[in-house]
Design a protein. Structure first.
Length: 342
């Protein structure tokens, strides 16, 4: 559902910007058109009533009322309030994205430290990855409607292969007295699996075991942060402030409502809008990538040979790109030569 427009914005040509400006999917136009139509409809009704149904004295009273509200609405710093609100919401959005979870590091660490080509070593590696990904599935089921529709029950999680039937039985035996989510259970299983692998000689040292466990703990912590952002939303006073929109022109309406819709669009990035996080794709990507790293990618480094830049580092350019002048990073005063002291 994420709209990628980076290629369209890769140059500064004016028509590229116009193309982006009039894109419909995930655009500000799609976000505000219903509210704009309602606004214009109400505006048209009031305008018609003012011109056809009101007497001269009633029109004067209506005009005074409009001027009164217009004068006092100028005292409300809407731009400041919306800007402050947007800053808070955007920071939350970036934090959630930073913690959304890509399993590559866990997979790489598992493939590096859990040694062995036998079936048991392979099961250790694959189950560690599967348990870590199960943490993400359980968290996303509670915060993302996309994932909730995909996995409405634990049975569907089992059917998809993220949890096995005997694991589901164990999972359900854990007490619900604390009334807290049980996302931590698969992480606990993954940590226990690393300990077993170490005890059985598949992890060579306690240091490697601790390093891998630290990576699993980091993964679980990231998932916990994502869940906590959903559990503790912004204080309700912030969204309610934005109910005071001045009734001016449709252009102002698009500006303010568009700003508000931009805030709404990133307030909960785990929804089903055009530009929300691709939670289902992330789950699929992580389980596929994680298994590939610890299974197909286990202990298969290429033969050690001299690299192509052994004698001289001279990167290759195509004929077209070789004519483009490079501008390597340099300090602003690095080219200035000064006299030696004394």
């Amino acid at each position: 559902m994420t709209l990628n427009y980076n290629r369209a914005a890769s140059t500064t040509k004016p028509w590229r910007f116009l193309k982006l400006l009039f894109t419909w999917k995930a655009s500000i136009w799609k976000a505000v058109y219903l509210e704009l139509l309602c606004f214009l409809l109400i505006y048209g009704i009031l305008s018609a009533l003012y011109r056809t149904a009101l007497t001269s004295s009633q029109q004067r009273i209506f005009g005074k009322t409009v001027r009164f509200f217009d004068k006092h609405l100028e005292l409300i710093p809407l731009e400041l309030v919306l800007g402050f609100f947007y800053t808070i919401v955007y920071k939350r959005w970036t934090k959630q994205y930073d913690n959304i979870g890509f399993i590559d590091n866990v997979g790489l660490m598992t493939a590096l430290y859990v040694r062995g080509r036998d079936e048991r070593a392979r099961m250790y590696r694959r189950n560690i990855i599967r348990y870590c990904e199960l943490v993400q599935v359980l968290v996303f089921r509670d915060i993302s409607m996309q994932v909730r529709r995909r996995f409405p029950t634990l049975d569907t999680v089992v059917a998809a292969g993220f949890m096995m039937p005997h694991e589901k039985e164990i999972f359900e035996t854990y007490s619900d007295k604390a009334n807290t989510p049980k996302h931590w259970i698969p992480a606990n299983w993954a940590l226990a699996m690393t300990y077993q692998a170490w005890k059985n000689g598949h992890i060579e040292s306690a240091y490697y075991k601790a390093t891998l466990q630290e990576e699993i703990k980091k993964w679980r912590t990231n998932m916990e942060w994502v869940f906590n952002y959903d559990w503790v939303p912004l204080p309700l006073m912030y969204p309610q402030v934005d109910a005071y929109f001045p009734v001016m022109t449709s252009l102002q309406f698009v500006f303010y409502m568009g700003w508000m819709k931009a805030i709404e669009g990133i307030l909960n990035p785990f929804g089903e809008d055009d530009d929300d996080f691709e939670t289902n794709s992330l789950i699929d990507r992580n389980i596929t990538m994680g298994m590939m790293i610890v299974d197909q990618g286990y202990d298969r480094p290429p033969e050690l040979r001299r690299d192509p830049f052994w004698e001289e580092v001279q990167p290759l350019y195509s004929e077209e790109t070789s004519r483009i002048r490079n501008n390597p990073p340099r300090g602003s005063v690095s080219h200035i030569k000064t006299k030696k002291p004394g």
